[in-house]
Design a protein around this ligand. Structure first.
Ligand code: SF4
Length: 289
């Protein structure tokens, strides 16, 4: 398979056919992100994409799920994306779902008719890194998508029956901006009403601009207790009607999952116990393993 490493995909796509249609991330600006360093953004050669589909179809004709890579394959116009999706639908008769990472403008630039066309071709899930609902925090880390754009994107996608899985990065405001990070994130998530919600914890990656800020003393990372408090405060403020919540990524100190709003009170009780020292947290050295 002609995949250009590194391969980054959500945990839930572990069994999906990972089809690379673009390389890297079209924005590649976020100060904390080392995901695609060294990969210049480009659209993959069309013939190579078709060859990857044919090769996978020969070996796994019963494939039901496809994940489009890399960082934001939906940056492609429908005129380029839909023929690829048609090929996927033809190659895999049992195909049930196509998913992809997406940033705000990937979705807001498309018309309602474009989104409906993608859904008809089985795009039914997008993963969106909100990271923070605070405009100040996003500005500080140079994220190109704005909060308003991402809220609009999730709602526009939902209008086309495309579900969203939204990712929040605990600790992204550091100590100084933790309060804005919490308040903004609560507000954005309540306006998004995502179907899936994941909390990851910030891990400072060597070589990124954020790592340099840490060295210069301009960014103070949260400790495990502070990360738990952010988790607690955000969860407490959420008013979600139907969301599957997970905070069980390798970067998190305390694995949590549940359905919101049903499990909210129980999750908050677990967090209170953990904050009070009643639950052993995952040691620092196991994060990221
Ligand atoms: S948009 Fe996502 S993949 Fe691109 S630089 Fe930011 S965090 Fe990394």
């Amino acid at each position: 398979m002609s995949i250009l490493e590194p391969v980054i995909r959500p945990p839930a796509e572990a069994d999906s056919f990972l089809l690379q249609v673009t390389l890297g991330c079209s924005s590649d600006s976020c100060s904390f992100c080392g995901a695609y360093k060294g990969k210049t953004f480009q659209v993959k050669d069309r013939e190579e994409i078709s060859a990857d589909i044919r090769r996978h179809a020969r070996r796994y004709p019963d494939t039901r799920r496809v994940f489009l890579m890399d960082g934001d394959a939906l940056v492609l116009a429908n005129s380029k994306l839909v023929p690829i999706m048609e090929e996927l639908n033809a190659a895999f008769p049992r195909l049930a779902r196509i998913a992809s990472y997406a940033n705000g403008s990937n979705i807001t630039r498309k018309s309602d008719a474009d989104l409906a066309e993608l859904y008809r071709h089985k795009l039914s899930l997008i993963y969106m890194g909100l990271e923070s609902g605070s405009p100040q925090v996003l500005d500080r880390c140079a994220k190109r998508s704005s909060v308003a754009e991402m809220v609009a994107a999730v709602n526009r996608a939902a209008g086309a029956q495309i579900k969203s899985s939204v990712i929040v990065l605990l600790g992204l405001g550091g100590r100084r901006h933790s309060a804005e990070h919490v308040a903004g994130t609560i507000d954005a998530l309540n306006r998004m009403q995502p179907r899936y919600l994941s909390f990851l914890s910030l891990m400072v990656i060597p070589g990124t601009p954020l790592a340099e800020e840490v060295v210069r003393g301009e960014f103070e990372e949260l400790d495990p207790q502070e990360l738990l408090k952010e988790t607690y405060e955000i969860l407490k403020g959420l008013d979600l009607k139907k969301t599957v919540f997970r905070s069980d990524h390798a970067s998190n100190h305390l694995p949590l999952e549940g359905a919101l709003p049903k499990d909210k009170a129980a999750l908050l009780r677990i967090l209170e116990t953990a904050i009070g020292g009643g639950i052993r947290l995952k040691p620092e050295f196991l994060r990221g393993l």
